[in-house]
Design a protein around this ligand. Sequence first.
Ligand code: GDP
Length: 138
Amino acid sequence: MTERTLTIIKPDSTEKGNVGAIVAHLEREGFRIVAARMMRLTETQARAFYEVHRERPFYDDLVAYMTSGPVWPMALERENAVSYLREVMGATNPAEAAEGTIRKLYGESIERNAIHGSDSPENAAKEIAFFFPRTELV
Ligand code: GDP
């Protein structure tokens, strides 16, 4: 089933100049980019996006990291996009991610792990709407 998911190329990737390589990796894996933007998250936006983690000990660090530089949110379309992106992205901790995954290739720590990917179709819909009005999905 064709579905949509949300990725964010995170600040460590923009800092290291890995944006192009990550976009190429996603396209090679069959994802079609249906919306994209480059932006710097405000603290309010980062706190809202990661609201589910607000009780976690790493929440403040995560917000500081996600606002530390430019990010590239993108809506992606593919067969089984949500689960396939999780596969291509790899485990949260790059040290535990499978060979060839984006986090293994480009991540550097459990926090600075290169890329975000929605974890369910429900969250994908919410996260796409967080960044893109319906009219910007092409
Ligand atoms: P994901 O779905 O694989 O991105 O993982 P989570 O939803 O559990 O966590 C969201 C993001 O928070 C991760 O992608 C990391 O950037 C960060 N994060 C997760 N766990 C930790 C942790 O134990 N320490 C720190 N500093 N950051 C973490």
